[in-house]
Design a binder for this molecule. Structure first.
Ligand code: SF4
Length: 116
């Protein structure tokens, strides 16, 4: 049961509810204090990232999930909604996930131009 899994803070702000996924049951943070993944200091951020990288077997699923949920989306009323991006997920902090997403978008755009 995935009820206690940490979910990205951005997910909590979305209009649609989060559907628990099976991999969440295997998250190494499952029974930890969620505040640990929303750290304030550099040291705390480093600790959370290290924990994900060294203890969690679903790290990449968590990272993909967080990045997907952090993408802007179109609401039912047709407005583009930008989700907030913070906390540590999949071993990356919010700045690292933003940079990774920008890199992915850039590569996708370049591939699109090459095939056009
Ligand atoms: S990667 Fe980190 S935040 Fe994600 S489920 Fe694992 S321990 Fe939790």
């Amino acid at each position: 049961m995935a009820a206690n899994i940490l979910v990205p803070q951005s997910v909590r702000t979305m209009e649609s509810p989060v559907t628990p996924e099976e991999w969440m049951d295997d998250g190494a943070c499952l029974n930890k204090d969620p505040d640990q993944w929303f750290p304030d200091t550099r040291e705390e951020i480093a600790e959370a990232k290290e924990f994900c990288k060294t203890h969690c077997k679903v790290r990449f699923k968590c990272l993909a999930f967080a990045m997907l949920k952090e993408k802007p989306y179109i609401s039912e009323s047709g407005k583009q909604v930008s989700n907030l991006r913070f906390g540590v997920f999949g071993g990356l902090d919010s700045k690292e996930r933003k940079a990774l997403q920008e890199e992915i978008d850039k590569k996708a755009e370049a591939e699109k131009e090459m095939t056009a």
